[in-house]
Design a protein. Structure first.
Length: 118
């Protein structure tokens, strides 16, 4: 799912992200490992539109991958929550799951082994 510019702008405003509108890879550029909990909390807000929730999952995953790299760990307590979010709406996140899972690849992201379990 490729989010609309309006969706990205709305999410960026809600999260006070340094969004300029010229980002090529918004989800990667706005990833922030120190804000994972905040991103997850926003994802669970009932007033968040479905498209916003879908778009928000990408920076959650990218931020978590950054966290794993920065801390040289395999996972932490937040992984189960992220996995549950992905599994619940798996049909909408198939492309995202496949991207990070890198099936049949050996050069992988830190989060790849976790994503392969979704």
């Amino acid at each position: 799912m490729i989010p609309k510019k309006e969706t990205i702008a709305a999410l960026s405003k809600k999260l006070s992200l340094p969004y300029k509108g010229t980002e090529q890879d918004w989800d990667i550029e706005m990833a922030d490992s120190s804000r994972i909990n905040e991103f997850i909390d926003l994802y669970h807000q009932y007033d968040l539109a479905f498209e916003e929730r879908g778009a928000l999952m990408s920076p959650i995953i990218a931020s978590y991958d950054d966290f794993l790299n920065e801390n040289n760990v395999e996972r932490d307590y937040r992984w189960e929550a992220i996995k549950a979010m992905l599994a619940k709406d798996r049909i909408h996140f198939v492309e995202l799951i496949n991207y990070w899972s890198l099936y049949n690849e050996t050069d992988i992201f830190r989060i790849t082994p976790l994503m392969r379990t979704v």
